[in-house]
Write a protein that binds this ligand. Sequence first.
Ligand code: IPD
Ligand code: CA
Ligand code: CA
Length: 248
Amino acid sequence: MAIFVRTKYAMRDGMRVSTKREANDLLTEVDLAVQEEIVARIRTAFPEDQIFAEENGLHELPANRDGRTWLIDPIDGTQNFVRGLFPAFGVSLGFAVNGKPVAGGVAVPGKGELFLAEKGGGAFRNGERIVVSDVDAMGSARAEIDFSGPWDREEILQKFSPLMVAIGQVRCHCAAVIGLCSIATADMDAYVHVALNPYDYAAAMIIVEEAGGLVTRLDGSPIHVFDGGRGVLASNRLLHDALIDVIV
Ligand code: IPD
Ligand code: CA
Ligand code: CA
């Protein structure tokens, strides 16, 4: 799968791209092909399980919100994938029970990286254990404020302006899985978004948690992936309370 995505990336000038809700909300043939392949494998191995995925009409809420559910984002960071911001895109597959991610995998084909985590078993990058940072002061912390698309910008400005002033460094990959996994590897200390979908963060959420971090709604309340909430705050845990204090 990762090799397929890398190959398509290398040939992206000829790639078929269409738009979804707005002109810069993109869909490529690769999103569809990757999702189709993952869905086919899940349906063969776990025919009873529910699937919640970004493309092809699979984003209806599952009938049983607490049931065994696979969450797929075939390419997260599609803008980067299409326009060549390498390697900030990933393939994301999470598995949730009772609304809590219990296993997740994120492949980052552009870096040859595979992140894996399972509840209680730790988080790994290419087989090596990863752990969050020990940065505990806002002034020396590095956060991703995910700027998303224009449809989210007013809310982002309103909620995160004080954070932008308070935090030591600001980054934006605009690929949720990259921002979140960067906390698990201690390259970043926090990540915020006003409106993620469950397939954007389910896999990376368990990866961050198993690396020692914390992932909640923006007010610090726990996440059930199908609770209808949108905001996501992830951190190395040490900074979590301070981050909640500056989010409006
Ligand atoms: C997007 C990315 C981005 C976030 C957007 C998402 P996509 O997913 O996760 O970081 O800001 O809100 O839609 O469209 O590249 O799969
Ligand atoms: Ca996404
Ligand atoms: Ca996507």
